[in-house]
Design a protein around this ligand. Structure first.
Ligand SMILES: NC(=O)c1ccc[n+]([C@@H]2O[C@H](COP(=O)([O-])OP(=O)(O)OC[C@H]3O[C@@H](n4cnc5c(N)ncnc54)[C@H](OP(=O)(O)O)[C@@H]3O)[C@@H](O)[C@H]2O)c1
Length: 259
């Protein structure tokens, strides 16, 4: 299927690994000019080289922390306009809400709610003026199916979800859509890190923790990042302009509900 977005320009945040990299790859394969952003220059440079080798064409990148005003300013100084934006950054740590002070909450809100909103604020009016825009926020299945220990993530991402649900209704008439994709368990380094932490907590091996999780999952497997990237690219397609303000849960059917 031709998504008809060749030549469009995209910013993909958190693009050096995992879900962000998969989105960058899927968009770039559609002929989109992708700018990859992540904090660590060495791994970002490596990821951009990997993508460039797949595409046989150079790929732009900016090393920046997208949760800081300075990091975002560096991206937009180098690339002022984007047609497609994928917001994404690391998630806050799990824990017990009794131990989260105001600073912990503010850090989570900054990373997973206010930063995406700042990026949208910086890009959405240009998209509306040009008559095309696709904004995808990578959030989490925990927004729909909350997990106690992930309260910081759920709280902050729910704020973003509520906010964009309103905003999306005011941009779609100019062909600018805003949608969220909610990953369940995808096989990325973050997931591996979560398993390692859980194994330590439970005094079990990583393999045991993983096997237990897989046995409970209806698909008996974790999601592949490339599946996520393909869904992201589809929502960014020229003919996806009537899919707006939605929350696409990608969890292999783990959430047991009719809708
Ligand atoms: N994988 C899952 O199963 C799953 C499930 C639910 C939710 N999520 C959420 O989805 C998002 C992506 O997860 P993932 O599994 O793809 O993670 P990942 O494999 O750890 O990759 C995270 C990417 O984001 C970059 N990054 C992190 N913080 C950043 C920041 N402040 N500014 C710019 N780049 C940043 C990382 O590079 P640097 O560290 O170099 O910046 C890396 O490129 C996270 O928010 C995660 O919480 C994932």
């Amino acid at each position: 299927m031709d998504l008809d977005i060749a030549g469009r320009k995209a910013l993909v945040c958190g693009a050096s690994a995992g879900l962000g990299f998969a989105c960058a790859e899927a968009l770039a394969k559609e002929g989109v000019e992708v700018v990859m952003a992540a904090r660590t220059e060495a791994t970002l440079r490596e990821a951009a080289a990997k993508l460039a080798a797949i595409l046989k064409a150079p790929v732009s990148w900016v090393a920046a922390d997208v949760t800081t005003a300075e990091g975002r300013a560096r991206i937009f100084a180098a690339h002022p306009d984007f047609d497609i934006v994928v917001t994404n950054a690391g998630g806050p740590p799990p824990g017990d809400f009794r131990n989260w002070d105001r600073d912990a909450w503010l850090a989570a809100l900054d990373a997973n709610m206010l930063s995406p909103i700042e990026i949208i604020k910086r890009t959405v009016d240009g998209m509306m003026a040009r008559g095309f825009g696709r904004i995808i926020n990578i959030t989490s299945s925990s927004v729909k199916s909350p997990i106690d220990a992930l309260g910081l993530s759920t709280g902050a991402r729910s704020g973003l979800t509520g906010f964009v649900a309103g905003l999306a209704r005011s941009t779609v008439a100019r062909n600018v859509t805003i949608n969220n994709i909610l990953p369940g368990t995808f096989d990325t380094s973050r997931l591996a890190g979560n398993f390692a932490a859980q194994a330590k907590r439970e005094n079990a091996s990583v393999e045991e923790v993983k096997a237990k999780r897989l046995a409970k999952h209806p698909a008996h497997r974790f999601g592949r990042p490339e599946e996520f990237g393909q869904a992201c690219a589809f929502l960014c397609g020229a003919n996806s302009g009537y899919i707006n303000g939605q929350n696409l849960l990608m969890d292999g059917g783990s959430f047991s509900g009719a809708w």
